[in-house]
Design a protein around this ligand. Structure first.
Ligand code: SF4
Length: 395
């Protein structure tokens, strides 16, 4: 448990992030923690690099909406002060605090208070002795050995509230290190690609590493380390877990067709406008934006709700059934309005509500379908010509 949040042992995968304010500035830090909690962050880490930071933690912890972990750098005394401040967890980097007596002193104090510690091995700050032992290179084996050494110190004082991470900025390196670590220990694992960089590249790198491991059943809690507002880290974490079906969906799952020769509207703009309009609304539905009414409602029939473009108008459909027609400039607002209705009352109630407009909507959709097919023909994307070209090549 990190505060009241379970980690490991089959608990849902949790999302972590880290504040970038000075922890001593407790007002600004708390504001950032609230922003992170609202974005779906389960646990927040704050740096505890100076005595003033520990004092800040003493003010932050009692009013934090989520458990707080203190990140300890080189001074084991900061760890003791953070524990005194009431933090819910510590993170120690074995590459930075290396004296066994210091490590054990912290572990003893954490044990007395029932506070967990993450052993946070970092490829960039590996213990120099291990670096040398493995040929002057950061290897998965060296990172795992660093974690196991630290566990051994903890075991000497009978401390086992342990979480471990073996982060590196290289995705293949961290994947291999976590794979080896998961074979070597049963302690919960905290996943991350360290210093992944700014989005979108950083987000991709972190996703590649974290998602690969999660798909293998490795990992209990995750953090995106992005060069960005920490709220982006929390959002990315949540989106990944939702996309992988590892956490319940909180926000809209917006799907959109890729657009093609049959599209009657600029799908990219409408989809983007819809994303903006839904914003952070907590509506866990799948909503589709489709470029044409010829194929849109059918292709997206599994969505809870969708809109397909027709002749300067939008055809709204619920579970694949046409329910209403609206002018093109009202497509996004209508989607939001109906999504809210379905979220509150359910899809059946929405179909019931559309009783009076359903028949006209179906007729209008058929008109636009016929017109589109009449104007663009059966082969709007000229696929047949491409196929003929392929066949010519084959011949
Ligand atoms: S056929 Fe229609 S719905 Fe499908 S990709 Fe093209 S525009 Fe979008």
């Amino acid at each position: 448990m990190v505060g009241d949040v379970p980690v490991g042992g089959g608990a849902p995968i949790t999302i972590q992030s880290m504040t970038i304010t000075k922890t001593a500035d407790h007002e600004a830090t708390r504001q950032q923690i609230y922003g992170l909690a609202a974005a779906g962050c389960d646990i927040v880490r704050c740096t505890c690099n100076e005595p003033e930071a520990a004092e800040g933690l003493a003010r932050i912890v009692p009013r934090s909406p989520v458990p707080i972990i203190a990140d300890i750098h080189h001074q084991y005394r900061r760890a003791l002060e953070a524990l005194e401040a009431g933090v819910h967890g510590l993170r120690l980097n074995p590459g930075n605090i290396r004296k066994p007596e210091h490590i054990k002193t912290v572990a003893r104090e954490a044990k007395d208070r029932g506070i967990p510690i993450r052993i946070g091995v970092n490829g960039g700050s590996l213990d120099p002795a291990l670096y040398d032992k493995y040929g002057g290179k950061v290897t998965p084996e060296a990172m795992v050995e660093s974690a196991l050494q630290e566990i051994a110190y903890f075991e000497e004082v009978d401390f086992d509230l342990i979480k471990i991470s073996v982060k590196a900025s290289s995705v293949p390196l961290m994947i291999e290190a976590y794979r080896q670590l998961s074979e070597a220990t049963d302690h919960p694992l905290h996943l991350g690609v360290t210093e992944a960089g700014p989005p979108p590249t950083g987000t991709l790198k972190a996703t590649a590493g974290i998602a690969t491991l999660l798909a293998e059943g490795i990992g209990d809690t995750i953090r995106y380390s992005l060069t960005a507002d920490p709220v982006e880290e929390a959002k990315a974490g949540r989106q990944l877990l939702e996309a992988m079906g590892l956490r319940e969906r909180k926000n809209i799952d917006l799907i959109a067709c890729p657009s093609c020769g049959r599209a009657e509207v600029d799908v990219y703009t409408v989809a983007q406008d819809a994303m903006t309009a839904f914003g952070e609304r907590e509506i866990p539905l799948q909503v589709a934006v489709m470029g044409c009414v010829v194929n849109g409602p059918g292709e997206a029939r599994d969505a809870d709700l969708g809109i397909a473009a027709g002749n300067k108008r939008g055809h709204l459909f619920v579970k694949g059934q046409n329910v209403m027609v609206v002018p093109e400039d009202e497509m996004v607002d209508t989607l939001v309005e109906w999504a809210e209705f379905i979220h509150e009352h359910g899809a059946d109630a929405a179909l019931e509500k559309a009783k009076a407009t359903k028949d006209a909507a179906r007729k209008a959709a058929q008109e636009d379908r016929d017109r589109n097919l009449g104007e663009r023909g059966e082969d709007a994307n000229e696929s047949e010509a491409v196929i003929a070209e392929i066949r010519r090549g084959e011949g």
